[in-house]
Design a protein around this ligand. Structure first.
Ligand SMILES: Cc1cc2nc3c(=O)[nH]c(=O)nc-3n(C[C@H](O)[C@H](O)[C@H](O)COP(=O)(O)OP(=O)(O)OC[C@H]3O[C@@H](n4cnc5c(N)ncnc54)[C@H](O)[C@@H]3O)c2cc1C
Length: 476
């Protein structure tokens, strides 16, 4: 029988599995019904519309290479540069229509596919498990959380040296039928709303830390799994929060309180040498996905700067022109990075892997420039970015005409146009969402040092040095 896609309603039913979520002081046993988590569940449910709307289907689905059925684009490994570019455009478009991060989170299973030959070498069962899981994800339209980052304790010490051995998730028992895990993963995006948690090591483990090198899938409803979610606290209307209104937040601490994992869900168990390729592979794929969405944000910031300048009549001012140039440069550069990382991808085991150096440099560049972009927007916009009237005052019949008069930009923009734009810019740069966004872009997919290290590791300095030897006629 031909495959049918889950509907938003099917998704909502599928996550009512008794999972335990703590949020804002409450213990929640049904994330769909509870008022704190319902909005988040509905946000992820909305994304299932992409499998049913004829126009969205063209962008977000592809053909299953094994069955020929239509499946989620993000659950089929990219085979070539064109596939990577198609994913890039879909990710960017997803942000454009207000989708969250569930599309990019599929990088978790893709990263395991990427190292499947190493997994097979260690134990054929691992690759069989990855293949079976991938198939199930595609057949059942599942979404997953990336449970990689540990709480880590003292950063100067390796996992095995920590005073408390539980600071990194580890195997505490091995049984005939599987393994038992203990520890806490941190900052895990969307974990309360996912079908599966992909648990993986956060960095290279040493030979005496093999219990910390474990990769597996855990369903959030499994006994012993507790998810502690941090919902956003913003209140206000869509007019006031045009970007973040639909964004519920939802990073979780994932507490694995001695959780049993059967062998068929284990992808790697104790091979310390597999931890590095797994962590690196995921880091690269996540950074490529981040680049694609950052391209969208860079364009949004350039557009906001341009409109602010026009509405306020400062678009010809030399310093504003200089800001607009910087914004255009960043947006164009990111566009070039995405294309170039895809076009210079390398094929391994029939999968296209984005160029590592270009991807890492691109992600670093956006992170590095983000606070400057905020500065430009805030400087062009002026104080009213944070002092504008709330919607309730603007629409108060006693004040509305007065605000319409005094907040207009003359012939350049009405008060309403300006207020809408200012709400947008405040939400993006100078409120809870803006602050969160800054941290997300800096640390999400690895903090800047990780990108520096991968660039230093991947850049061909010898090739560059050879040029210098030749040009300078140096003999060594
Ligand atoms: C909004 C958001 C969503 C996220 N979602 C996910 C997710 O879904 N799944 C997931 O697994 N993770 C997620 N993360 C976590 C993200 O991957 C980490 O934040 C990132 O890897 C950095 O780790 P950290 O936060 O523990 O910071 P740290 O590792 O503590 O880094 C802080 C600083 O210390 C430095 N540092 C750390 N260790 C050392 C060392 N040994 N030597 C020298 N310097 C060191 C770093 O370079 C950095 O400058 C998310 C993060 C954010 C902000």
């Amino acid at each position: 029988m031909a495959k049918t896609f889950k509907t938003p309603q099917d998704y909502l039913e599928s996550i009512q599995d008794g999972r335990i979520v703590y949020a804002d002081g409450e213990k929640i046993t049904n994330v769909v019904e509870h008022p704190i988590t319902r909005k988040g569940a509905l946000a992820f449910a909305r994304e299932y519309e992409r499998f049913h709307d004829p126009e969205l289907k063209k962008i977000f689905t592809t053909t299953d290479p094994e069955t020929g059925d239509p499946v989620d684009l993000f659950l089929v490994p990219p085979r070539n540069a064109d596939d990577l570019l198609r994913r890039a455009r879909a990710l960017e478009y997803g942000r454009d229509i207000g989708y969250g991060s569930s599309l990019a989170l599929s990088d978790a299973i893709l990263s395991l596919y990427m190292v499947s030959s190493e997994l097979a070498e260690a134990n054929p069962m691992y690759k069989e498990n990855v293949d079976a899981m991938y198939k199930r994800f595609r057949q059942e339209d599942l979404i997953m959380a990336i449970a990689m980052s540990d709480t880590k304790g003292d950063r100067s010490l390796h996992p095995g040296q920590q005073k408390d051995p539980d600071m990194y998730v580890r195997k505490v028992a091995e049984r005939d039928d599987g393994i038992v895990l203990r520890g806490m993963k941190a900052h895990i995006t969307g974990a309360a709303f996912m079908h599966e948690l992909v648990v993986m090591p956060t960095k290279r483990m040493k030979p005496d830390e093999s219990d910390y090198s474990v990769t597996c899938l855990i369903s959030p409803g499994t006994p012993g799994v507790k998810l502690i979610m941090r919902p956003r606290r913003m209140t206000g209307s869509q007019f006031e929060y045009p970007i973040s209104y639909g964004d519920v937040g939802g990073e979780c601490f994932v507490w694995l309180d001695d959780v049993f994992v059967p062998w068929e869900r284990v992808i790697q168990n104790g091979e310390d040498w597999l931890s590095q390729p797994i962590a690196r592979g995921l880091g690269l794929l996540l950074r490529f996905s981040a680049l694609c969405t950052q391209k969208h944000y860079a364009e949004v910031m350039a557009g906001a700067g341009y409109l602010l300048a026009k509405y306020n009549g400062v678009d010809k001012a030399p310093h504003v022109q200089s800001y607009l140039f910087e914004m255009a440069m960043l947006a164009s550069t990111l566009d070039a990075f995405v294309t170039s990382a895809a076009l210079s991808s390398e094929i391994k085991d029939n999968m296209a892997i984005p160029n590592g150096v270009i991807t890492n440099v691109g992600k670093y560049m956006f992170t590095d420039k983000l606070n400057q972009m905020y500065k430009y927007l805030i400087d062009i916009g002026g104080a009213i970015i944070t002092t504008q009237p709330w919607e309730t005052d603007y629409n108060n019949p006693e004040l509305h005409d007065t605000f319409t008069k005094y907040l207009s930009g003359g012939d350049r923009a009405t008060a309403e146009q300006r207020l809408r734009l200012y709400n947008f810019v405040r939400d993006l740069t100078a409120d809870e969402y803006g602050g969160h966004f800054m941290v997300t872009e800096l640390h999400g997919a690895g903090s800047p040092q990780a990108q520096k290290m991968m660039t230093l590791h991947g850049y061909d300095f010898e090739k560059a040095a050879e040029k210098v030897r030749r040009l300078a006629k140096i003999e060594e």
